[in-house]
Ligand binder design. Sequence first.
Ligand code: NAP
Length: 186
Amino acid sequence: VTKTQYYTATSLDGYIADEDNSLDWLFEVDRAQGDDHFTRFFADVGAMAMGATTYEWVLDHEQLLDHPEKWRAYYGDTPCWVFTHRELPSVQGVTLRFVEGDVAPIHEEMTRAAGDKNVWLVGGGELVGQFADLGLLDEIQVGIAPVTLGRGAPLLPRRITARDLELVDVDRDVQFVRLRYRLRTH
Ligand SMILES: NC(=O)c1ccc[n+]([C@@H]2O[C@H](COP(=O)([O-])OP(=O)(O)OC[C@H]3O[C@@H](n4cnc5c(N)ncnc54)[C@H](OP(=O)(O)O)[C@@H]3O)[C@@H](O)[C@H]2O)c1
């Protein structure tokens, strides 16, 4: 069964990026198996989605317009849906779908495309919130960095209480903690 998973990293005070959309604070955290963990997670991903800010950050940070092959090195052939109201540049040779509005029909499309694999919601938090609002989010996998940022892009700007969220796994990686939560369905 396809699960819709929010897999991300956060600061201790619940931000996934600082005010300048930077992740420098994350890359300097002492971890032994950051990439391995992601590789294992990503092996079961059949479709992915991200918001425009995240997409633009990845494009810029990895200079993907000049080096489109880097996208494939990270994400292979996995189709990616980018939520935006604007016309954004595409990465050559990559299956990208630019979409907007109601996430429900797009989620259906993603689930079909994922086959027996999972749907990865890359972020940001408000986009993931739109899936959660409709009961379309099954799991949150979050790594916590030992840093507070004070402000930035929020992890998940919604009220989801313990009644709906079950902690199913905890794992320490040097200075990093990974938590896996399941969204309870009623
Ligand atoms: N810590 C991590 O592991 C991690 C993971 C992912 C992302 N990040 C970072 O976190 C930050 C996330 O930023 P964010 O939360 O501000 O943004 P985001 O979700 O990446 O992008 C927000 C934008 O997505 C578009 N959007 C969202 N929902 C839409 C919908 N239903 N229809 C059409 N467009 C929609 C809008 O773009 P328009 O401007 O086109 O209207 C909106 O301004 C980024 O800096 C990213 O790099 C960090």
